[in-house]
Design a protein around this ligand. Structure first.
Ligand code: ATP
Ligand code: MG
Length: 357
């Protein structure tokens, strides 16, 4: 799939701008703090309805303005679609797909698929399990929209169960413990499904990532989904038998919201032992594998958004990436256009002060 046109009004530092993209490499270049990442952020917004930099939608509205509007036209094998997003300071954002207002983000997720690679993503290897779960949740939601729906149900039950635990703990409402079984049942039902989706996804992803990784370097990559969820009965038993511990801690201690992905290179745990270069190679492999998997399962290669990563990669890895994205759509940002996959067919767009020069 490929994006054709992006229109921004009062979005971040853009007052009013129109971008046209080609189905191959598009390079947004310019000095620091001019609006390159802001433009990528706008494109990303259409994939899952959220920014990759903030959870506060109002930060996306240009300083001093009340409202921002972003519109994206994109095509896949089947059709052309138009999505419009309107952000207001004091209201929930409004999203229209082909002119029709949607009421749930689940109606958006899975339409425009993008794979983002930015320097912050290097934290995927070294940071806490929540970062890896987030990667998993976003990647899976794009591949399997049902998963996104399921995750929403799970998170709601988890929140309600945590509220109940806090009530018992802080308001001494121990009689409420009797109602816990209702939440346990729901948490276990959704929880085992979440874990099953993730385990299947990681298995598939590992196949593609191993291949990419071995094409970049000679080390072997291993990826494993680490869960303690088990069967529904196991999960229920843990919930039923450990309520005292949970009340003491003040939140739900068991479930897929505590799971992790284990990464290893040449048999060594990457979280503890991978060098900077090894981390970059792992993340590059995971991201390209995510894109390959989307292509194999959906028949559509996602749009690659590469934010300022060329300077992070050595010449060999850059060349590999260039080969990989040939004939696919990528939007790349950089400060120095020369070192950045510039080919005769690439489109270059010069950004300065929130405008195209
Ligand atoms: P770099 O090369 O350093 O990564 P960049 O071109 O990617 O730079 P962006 O992150 O896209 O830069 O834009 C940063 C600029 O946008 C900053 O100067 C920031 O002040 C401005 N900015 C961010 N949010 C808003 C907003 N809501 N309204 C107006 N300007 C904003
Ligand atoms: Mg930037």
């Amino acid at each position: 799939m490929y994006i054709e046109h992006l229109s921004l009004k009062n979005f971040r530092n853009y007052k009013s701008e129109e971008f046209s993209f080609i189905p191959h490499t598009n390079i947004l270049y310019g000095e620091n703090a001019q609006g390159k990442t802001n433009a990528l952020e706008a494109v990303y917004l259409f994939s899952i309805g959220k920014s990759f930099r903030t959870t506060q939608d109002r930060e996306l509205i240009r300083f001093g303005e009340e409202m921002a509007r972003a519109e994206l036209v994109f095509s896949d094998n089947k059709r052309q679609q138009k999505i419009e997003i309107i952000l207001r300071r004091d209201k929930k954002k409004q999203i229209k797909i082909n002119g029709v207002v949607i009421h749930k983000l689940s109606e958006l997720v899975g339409r425009l698929n993008v794979v983002l690679f930015c320097p912050e993503e290097l934290g995927l290897v070294k940071e806490g399990p929540n970062v890896r779960r987030r990667f998993l949740d976003i990647a899976l939601s794009q591949l399997r929209p049902n998963y996104y729906h399921l995750l929403g149900l799970y998170n709601k039950v988890l929140e309600q169960r945590n509220n109940l635990i806090k009530k018992i703990k802080f308001q001494n409402a121990s009689s409420l413990a009797d109602t816990m079984f209702v939440w346990n049942e729901k948490l276990a039902t959704y929880g085992v499904q979440i874990a099953a989706y993730r385990a299947e996804f990681v298995k598939l992803l590992e196949g593609y990532a191993k291949k990419v990784h071995s094409e970049i370097c000679s080390e072997e990559l291993l990826i494993e989904y680490r869960t303690r969820v088990g069967t529904k009965e196991d999960f229920l038993e843990k919930l039923n038998n450990n309520l005292d511990k949970e009340i003491e801690q003040g939140y739900t201690l068991y479930g897929p919201h505590r799971d992790d992905i284990y990464l290893a290179v040449s048999g060594k745990d990457a979280k503890n032992f991978a060098s900077q270069g090894q981390q970059r190679t792992i993340v590059l492999s995971l991201k390209l594998a995510q894109a390959d998997l989307l292509f194999e399962e959906n028949g559509e290669y996602p749009v690659l958004l590469l934010d300022d990563i060329m300077s992070e990669l050595d010449a060999g890895r850059r060349a590999y990436l260039a080969g990989k994205i040939l004939n696919k759509q990528a939007v790349i940002t950089c400060t120095d256009v020369e070192q950045n996959l510039k080919t005769d067919t690439a489109k270059t767009i010069h950004i300065k002060g929130g405008a195209i020069l």
